[in-house]
Design a protein around this ligand. Sequence first.
Ligand SMILES: [Fe+2]
Length: 423
Amino acid sequence: MTASPARHARAASELTARYRAVRAHSAKLAGPLSDADATVQSMPDASPAKWHLAHTTWFFETMVLKPNVSGYRVFDDRFNYLFNSYYETIGARHPRPKRGMITRPALDEIMAFRAHVDAAMEQLIASDPERSVAELIELGCHHEQQHQELLLTDILHLFSQSPIKPAYRDPEPLAIAEDPGEAGYVAFEGGIVEIGHDGEGFAFDCEGPRHKALVHPFRLADRLVTNREWIAFMEAGGYRDPLLWLAEGWGQILAERWEAPLYWENRDGAWWTMTLRGMQPVDLNAPVTQVSYFEADAYATWAGKRLPTESEWELASAGLPQTGTFADGGRLRPKPATLGEKGLRQMFGDVWEWTRSPFTPYPGFKAAEGAVGEYNGKFMCGQFVLRGGSCATPDEHIRATYRNFFPPHTRWQFSGLRLAEDA
Ligand SMILES: [Fe+2]
């Protein structure tokens, strides 16, 4: 049975609105950046903002327009080499650590590339493409939202390297909130539970299939670990005691001389941190952020607790409203938990929560056919899952089943932790 013309028209107009909103948001994020800000690469893991703006556009051109629009004119033949990220199926590409060498095309040429692709995309969407194409467009929108978060975290890393510590925006200090008080623990019985995306609505392939998981009884902290608690860990010698650390993590802190979260700096006895609002005093009541899995795990060991598994986190989050401090509110820093609020706080937003679960395929997982099959599946080795989204995640870009993943040494994302324990 085919859908009615009116329904098709509605689907096309919804997809047009969605596409436009996502694309406009990327341009807005680039608004405060100069061409130089958008070109420099601060480390191999981070990409220039200009690259993010171009790569997300390349995704639509390559995955959607070239295979589905006859007569589509590629904006520039050289861009496939420059802006392919990691798709072996699509061919050779510029080495990731050298993305900062792409001084040309300039930012305004990238914006022209975006406009060229947007015009063709809007025509395609208006023509009511078949379902598989509409699904690819939806994937492209979610892909771009992932890069919107990376654009912010990569700019923060870049600006943190500058001696003048520029603010991406709004350098005025935020109001200091009250102490959220001691963390409480919420008990869960566990059992054989269902985990993963059920296929209704959009999800990345790695979030499914929904499957059974065995969860032992556990307790989960009702808020995130705060900067005040993190300082207690530091002052107790947390970064100097090898017994608290995984061997690989201990090697890492010795090699890199870690003694505080990534952007912290001690100024006359007070801790300051680099933020998207420039250098700011560390808010003792706010969740700690920019810590690696290794640090999160060492902290949990010191506290006599552990990190939750992703099944525990997902079970605990079931039925909770998916609201919190995300990027659209513009705070761009994690927010202290509200004192006296009952139940689990800060499950969504603020900081991505490290889990102790490695990023591996769920039972029954199969990567998609073709190039998009390279999206997640090939990264299922050597990384840990983070849950819940952060203050840099677009509001619409989160689900209880969402599995973010990073290697255990990485700490330039808004990554923090919540404690758990066996019941
Ligand atoms: Fe990408």
